[in-house]
Design a protein around this ligand. Structure first.
Ligand SMILES: Cc1cc2nc3c(=O)[nH]c(=O)nc-3n(C[C@H](O)[C@H](O)[C@H](O)COP(=O)(O)O)c2cc1C
Length: 341
């Protein structure tokens, strides 16, 4: 029998706020942890100093367990992981890279580690090097879900590992939580749902744009940031993915990215060059994407900007507080269970 994630992470409800750049900020992270879930701070666009202040801010807002997310292929992510380890953050969630060194060092102080995976091979590898849980991210998810739907991916991974699985991608309510558990998961992570709450920093215009759109109004494409990525379907997004990557813009954005991450531009350039031409192209697309994402999240501009959102946007119809979402999900989950008993 697999351990419950409420026991593994010492939380009340099996519900996780996954890392979302510019969205999973200290206020939202603390609100989810305070409401009994597990909030995870996104450190993608943060320098090491900003990550440290983020951790301190979360600790000033809640004494409940929380996590830090690191996308290992991104520049600056190792430095952010080092800060999380030095600060003995209760949970570290890594994606897009091998986090064995994080597992060893987090376990040394009693911390827990979650690996985000999109296939069985990576799930087994992460289990082998000792992670405590897996975030299995399906096709429905906002941003970088895998090519397989959560309906198929969740049980496929749950059946081959002994550690808890957190169903991710397409979950936004209590019925989804019960469905994920029926598929073998021990809980769910919800990005799109928590991004449309009162505590989320997403601009109100973009929150309204999500509410107005349906389940079919997303695009899944590698042409936005260089990896398969789910975004809101808008005229701008459709145009953007048809045009070749703008290398001049990428160069301009790389200066901004280096400044944001607090690393010298030349170090960013060299680090990218070493990884080869494919990675260079991908990071240049990522630099451009981050400018578009910023416009949607912070300026509410979905005309020039591009918003990351999952298919479940079509099921999101209001902007409640995090505590209201949590209470609603628990009630819906209990009702769904009762309907089957
Ligand atoms: C607004 C928004 C921003 C996100 N930003 C990131 C990100 O920067 N990096 C990442 O790996 N995933 C990102 N995600 C994806 C989430 O971590 C998570 O995998 C996804 O939201 C789960 O699917 P769901 O939206 O159906 O709940 C983002 C999701 C949203 C909604």
């Amino acid at each position: 029998m697999k351990q419950d994630i409420t026991t593994v992470f010492n939380i009340e409800h099996p519900i996780v706020l996954p890392g979302m750049s510019m969205v999973a900020v200290p206020k939202l992270v603390a609100a989810v942890s305070e409401a009994g879930g597990l909030g995870i701070l996104a450190t993608g666009p943060l320098s090491a100093d900003q990550t440290l202040s983020g951790i301190r801010e979360i600790r000033s807002l809640t004494d409940k367990p929380f996590g830090i997310g690191v996308t290992l292929m991104m520049p600056g992510s190792k430095e952010n992981a080092e800060i999380a380890l030095a600060e003995k953050v209760p949970v570290i969630n890594f994606s897009l890279g091998k986090g064995d060194w994080i597992v060893e060092r987090a376990h040394a102080y009693g911390g827990k580690v979650i690996a985000t995976v999109v296939n069985e091979r990576h799930a087994l590898a992460a289990q082998r090097y000792g992670v405590d849980a897996l975030m299995a991210t399906g096709y429905e998810a906002a941003a970088h879900g895998g090519p397989v739907t959560s309906l198929v991916l969740t049980p496929a991974i749950a059946d081959i590992v002994d550690i808890p699985v957190i169903g991710t991608g397409g979950f936004a309510d209590g019925r989804g939580l019960i469905a994920a558990m029926a598929l073998g998961a021990q809980g769910v992570a919800m990005g799109s749902r928590f991004s449309i709450t009162q505590e989320s920093p997403v601009h109100d215009k973009t929150k309204q744009a999500v509410i107005q759109r349906g389940i079919e109004d997303t695009l899944y494409t590698a042409k936005f940031d260089g990896m398969d990525c789910r975004i809101m379907k808008t005229p701008r997004a459709e145009k953007l993915i048809k045009s070749p990557p703008n290398l001049f813009n990428a160069l301009k954005n790389s200066f901004q990215l280096a400044e944001q991450l607090g690393i010298p531009w030349i170090k960013l350039l060299m680090g990218t060059l070493i990884k080869g031409p494919k990675m260079m192209l991908q990071l240049s697309q990522a630099a451009n994407a981050s400018e578009s994402i910023d416009l949607a999240i912070n300026e509410g501009d979905c005309e020039k900007g591009v918003h990351l959102v999952g298919q479940v946007q079509g099921r999101i119809k209001d902007i409640p507080t995090v505590a209201e979402v949590m209470a609603r999900i628990i009630k819906e989950a209990n009702d769904a269970k009762a309907a089957f008993s």
